[in-house]
Write a protein of this length. Structure first.
Length: 83
């Protein structure tokens, strides 16, 4: 039960993350959901490997400057933008 409460707690987003998912505060679950909305809307999944996300100019700062990250990396990198 405590884990769900932590996941649904609204967090402060970095300006870089807000540029992608919208203004916070926002729970981590909603951040991830909005990231996927953005990724799909802008067709940023690597066509050769759907588990990899290709960063555009807005996502690059969120992804620590990387141009391509895995889904697992993305989750870790996004955490740095939540407080």
């Amino acid at each position: 039960m405590a884990i769900n409460a932590a996941l649904s707690k609204p967090l402060t987003l970095s300006p870089e993350l807000e540029a992608v998912v919208g203004a916070g505060p926002m729970p981590r679950t909603e951040v991830v959901k909005q990231l996927w909305v953005y990724i799909k809307k802008h067709d940023l999944q690597n066509p050769k490997n759907k588990r990899n996300i290709l960063a555009d100019d807005k996502l690059k700062p969120v992804f620590g400057g990387k141009s391509e990250v895995t889904m697992f990396e993305m989750t870790k990198l996004v955490s740095a933008h939540l407080s």
